[in-house]
Design a protein around this ligand. Structure first.
Ligand SMILES: [Zn+2]
Length: 448
């Protein structure tokens, strides 16, 4: 014991008798041996009698906070007692042991701290010398305590939101859908549930209640969903906002891509193979804004390196290619329909910045008639989409909110999935997503 630094022993009721490092069951652990203090008063937990006698002892292992780079395993001797009056046999209570795992409360708190600071399960397991499955169980219990009522339901959001966004959320590589609701003031996830059906949203409404919902001014959602119907049925005063993020995405997918394919086919059919080839790989060009293309050309002029040369892995340097704007201009000059796409893109860009609903309404009407004017079936379909959702599109001028933030959470969740092993436990996965979206609030230290 002479080479052992004595620290203040935070384990109340523990008397240390020995300390050594052995390499048997707990390889490389510090082994601390000891026993529990003899209780001053013995009371039978069954009948309350004080007439109890010692009746043997048993030893058990409890892990404590690591010391240096080694874990600490306590070999604890615990007495057994027998009640004279009722014959009940009971063991001494261990005041510093975590009720759920064979670890001390102090170690539990240490693991809590690591998880709170964003360490992965694996990292926490390595740092705490505790099995990763136990670390996961501790993390799940921590998150359940933070975000659920302990009876299997999510807690109602702490603060009132004014603007919320609702969207479907892909999990497990898009095989399964979930419904997600976020508070747009800070991006925190306030609801998450399996299924993209009406029921998921109904459950959310039941959770927050009418009073909470009546204080919500606007809901951002995707045009392709039917969420708005659920809201409007029950809260007709709420403004539905179709965000520009999804509208622009819809335009790229529904119109630009399709028009390009049609055009390529037409050119090929009429023997203009060279022109058809020039359209190949042009989706990026056509979908980008002119500003982005100009920026790329500027970078090319300045000799920007996209991929650096590496001698270790024989990788050649790749410089930013130029000529984006020129190629784009040529495409839209030669093809009338692509020029229309370009115009429409500009319109949508301008629409984004409008703040007057009246102006937005006029602009939307002109966009719809522009689409119809092209005579192209894809443009026409897009015009129908705009028309069907005109109220919600115009509302964007008033609220300027978007559910594009959910896209970011989608990406984040993929990272969470990668950081943990597997996540076959969806409850845990969802709790992790909710947790990662919240701003960390400092927990008050728990008594060891
Ligand atoms: Zn008794």
């Amino acid at each position: 014991m002479s080479d052992y630094i004595r620290l203040k022993n935070p384990l109340k009721g523990f008397i240390q008798t020995d300390a050594e490092v052995i390499t048997a069951r707990f390889e490389g652990f510090h082994i601390v041996s000891g026993q529990l203090e003899t209780p001053s008063q013995l009371i039978c937990p069954a009948c309350g009698s004080e007439d109890c006698i010692r009746n043997g002892s048993s030893t058990l292992w409890i892990l404590d906070i690591p010391y240096g780079d080694k874990g600490v395993a306590i070999n604890l001797c615990r007495r057994r007692f027998l009640c004279h009056r009722c014959g009940f046999s009971f063991r001494q209570d261990i005041p510093f042991k975590n009720p759920d795992h064979m670890i001390t409360n102090a170690l539990n708190l240490y693991i809590y701290g690591l998880l709170e600071r964003g360490h992965t399960l694996k990292e926490t397991s390595i740092l705490s010398h505790v099995d990763a499955n136990i670390v996961k169980a501790i993390d799940k219990a921590r998150l359940l305590a933070l975000y659920t009522d302990g009876r299997g339901h999510l807690l109602k959001p702490e603060k009132q939101a004014k603007h919320i966004a609702v969207d479907e959320f892909k999990i497990h590589c898009g095989h399964i859908y979930a419904t997600i609701v976020i508070d747009l003031s800070d991006g925190s996830v306030i609801y998450l549930a399996h299924g993209k059906k009406k029921q998921a949203l109904e459950d959310f409404l039941a959770l927050v209640g009418d009073e909470w919902m009546n204080a919500v001014e606007a809901v951002a959602c995707d045009m392709n969903s039917n969420y708005e119907l659920v809201f409007l049925e029950r809260y007709p005063k709420i403004s539905i906002v179709y965000d520009m993020f999804h509208i622009c995405k819809n335009f790229s997918d529904m119109v630009i891509s399709e028009v390009r394919k049609d055009l390529q086919g037409k050119l090929k059919a009429s023997g203009r193979t060279a022109d058809a080839t020039s359209l190949k790989h042009s989706k990026y060009l056509l979908c980008s804004s002119l500003k982005t293309l100009e920026k790329k050309d500027c970078q090319a002029k300045a000799g920007m390196v996209v991929v650096e040369e590496s001698t270790i892995f024989r990788r050649d340097e790749v410089k930013r290619q130029g000529g984006h704007v020129e190629r784009y201009r040529k495409l839209i000059e030669e093809n009338e329909i692509l020029a229309s796409c370009d115009m429409m893109k500009e319109f949508l860009m301008d629409f984004r910045s409008l703040v007057s609903e009246e102006e937005a309404r006029t602009k939307l009407e002109s966009m719809i008639s522009f689409c119809r004017g092209t005579g192209d079936p894809h443009f026409n379909k897009f015009a129908n989409l705009l028309e069907r959702h005109s109220e919600g599109i115009v509302s964007h001028a008033k609220f300027h909110i978007s559910s594009g933030m959910i896209e970011g959470i989608n990406n984040k969740s993929k990272m969470i999935m990668r950081k943990a092993f597997g996540f076959r436990d969806d409850d845990y996965f969802f709790l992790k997503i909710i947790d990662s979206s919240r701003k960390r609030t400092k927990q008050s230290p728990t008594e060891i």
